[in-house]
Design a protein around this ligand. Sequence first.
Ligand code: CTP
Length: 409
Amino acid sequence: MTGSDKTQGLAGRRLLLCVGGGIAAYKALELVRRLRDAGAQVQVAMTAGAQQFVTPLSFQALSGHPTRTSLWDSAAEQAMGHIELARWADQVIVAPATADLMARLAHGLADDLVTTLCLATTAPVMIAPAMNHRMWEHPATQGNLATLRGRGVRVVGPNDGPLAEGESGPGRLAEPGEIVAALANHADDAPSVPQDLAGLKVVVSAGPTYEDLDPVRYLGNRSSGKMGFAVAASAAKRGAAVTLVAGPVHLPTPAGVTRVDVRSAAQMHQAVFAALPADVYIGAAAVADYTPRVPAADKIKKSSESLALDLVRTPDILAEVAAQTQALKLVVGFAAETNNVAEYARKKLEAKRLDMIVANRVGIADGGFESDRNAMTAYWKEGERSFASAPKTQLADELIDLIVERLNA
Ligand code: CTP
């Protein structure tokens, strides 16, 4: 098997998989299989902890190479020394990267085979963290993450969801398919992608919110989430630690982004504040302005000729983030307008005390909610910049350029 179009870049690549000691280590087996399906050569090194979860023999059977487990294994060293192995690899992937392993990598330790390999290689390194969510959110781990990113280490995941201990939160190992896609994405990475957001945390909201009227109906809007997802992907490519708070959309999680799925404005509010503190907030979500005062517990029956809904205002997440006492470096809002774009956008910039607002015309043929393209204008206090109609992925890159400029201004 040679792999699909998406994994084509992996054919013939020499991947060194370093497996850390976490419960998610079993998923690394599936990763080896998928990488080999994509045509890559895979060699595996395991930490002592990893060997408590999965046997070296399992990896050996799947990779077709002896699994390396120790710096002091003279037979293995004779076949291929660890420095030679570090040089053999043209990509290193650490999965799962535990909190401990990330800490050791961040500090440049070489106290076992895996850390020595990571220090000795000149190949690009990608890590797929997996751990308890409190360990993930701990400032020590986030600091190590920032250090690693600053050195150009790529990060895929972790995902949000149920964790081993019956808890839930960010900390799940990215799925093998996501890791393969991330590796394929960067297979022929121009190392020229500037890591100018390294060390910064960016929170992005995207998509619509759904406000439930009763168990079967909701108030929603036509936002597809494409722009917000593209912005999150672009910020991650540039080295930021990105949390993407997504309303109900059908879009894959961009590589290297931590995603939190929500449904309502209230849930989005909660998830955004849980993701703070951050350096940059980009509110690309189309948050409902109103929600039912009390959603009906049972399905609303059509008993009368007309129906009045009792709606109340939702909290303005963007304005509240901008008003945070623990100031962010940059708060960016979006505005969808059908007319008087500049005037309304500048009013919102001021009223919500934003650093920047990005306005786009909706209700036109080329661009808007469901389209893959858009045109938009960003306004800040002393200036503005227009972005001509382009695919949303390109606009996102251009917007991140501007955000970097404003951060440095
Ligand atoms: N926003 C928010 N929380 C809300 C409403 C909006 O965070 N409850 C954010 C959106 O993410 C977006 C910006 O505010 O960044 C949109 O501004 P808003 O004034 O809500 O735009 P409209 O809803 O289009 O306002 P209006 O209907 O008054 O034009």
